[in-house]
Design a binder for this molecule. Structure first.
Ligand code: 13P
Length: 252
């Protein structure tokens, strides 16, 4: 059985003090959660990772970085390596977010290097894919996602790929308030699972967690998560409020 997960992506929000407070609030809520089988992850900015790691119960909440360097170590001013992330106690790293792709010109080849470095360190990548609005209008969304997966991930071995979490985030739905309909999400998640099955095998595809991201909030999480191939969410804005985030966790 694949794992159901709700992951927060705080993006570039919260000072260190605010971040610690938010993590504590989320933990208080998650302690009350009845269904402990749902994985809860918070993706904090780099500078929060080690402090948040010290104060949370890792049996309840795991921590993710939002990015890592495509280089292992050395003279790369301002970069943070997968090894450094691992040393903070983080278990996951978000790779290939559309904001990294568009604002920082990261391509699938760069993402692929990051994924391999993360895996070498025992970090689990949360790999983001998804089409732009124009691409959807031209009905190219399936080709786009196929290319992102082919160039970013599909050269991994079976064992490596089994550690990947996928996040389908249609770019037109991120931070816009416009969410993919449950049908659009299901259709794409089913397609992604089919690609995984073709490139690996049915068992690996069946075990792969595929999250939906893009204006997912308490009011729509339930109808999105009700789809057979939607295994949870990658939450931006709504992960910055403990109550909203918890409501989403409880939406299965
Ligand atoms: P929003 O939930 O704010 O639309 O952001 C989604 C996202 O980008 C998560 O990675």
């Amino acid at each position: 059985m694949r794992k159901r997960i709700v992951a927060g992506n705080w993006k570039m929000n919260k000072t260190l003090k605010e971040g610690i407070e938010l993590a504590k609030e989320i933990e208080l809520q998650v302690e009350k959660q009845e269904d402990k089988s749902i994985g809860v992850i918070i993706g904090t900015p780099f500078i929060h990772l080690s402090e948040v790691s010290k104060i949370i119960n890792h049996n309840l909440i795991s921590i993710a970085a939002q990015n890592c360097s495509s280089e292992p170590k050395g003279a790369f001013t301002g970069e943070v390596s997968a090894e450094m992330i691992k040393s903070t106690g983080a278990k996951y790293v978000i790779i290939g977010h559309s904001e990294r792709r568009s604002y920082f010109d990261e391509d699938n080849k760069t993402m692929n290097k990051k994924v391999k470095l993360a895996l070498e360190q025992g970090l689990k990548p949360i790999f983001c894919i998804g089409e732009l609005l124009d691409e959807r209008k031209q009905n190219k969304q399936f080709d786009v996602v196929n290319k992102q997966l082919n160039e970013g991930l599909f050269d991994l071995t079976d064992e490596e790929f089994s550690k990947i979490i996928l996040a389908y985030e249609p770019v037109w739905a991120i931070g816009t308030g416009e969410t993919a309909t449950p049908q659009q999400a299901q259709e794409m998640h089913e397609y992604i699972r089919k690609l995984v099955s073709e490139n690996y095998n049915a068992e690996i595809a069946d075990n792969t967690t595929i999250l939906y991201g893009g204006s997912c909030k308490p009011s729509n999480a339930q109808e999105l998560f009700a789809n057979i191939d939607v295994d949870g969410g990658l939450i931006g804005g709504a992960s910055l409020k403990a109550d909203d985030f918890f409501e989403i966790i409880n939406s299965f």
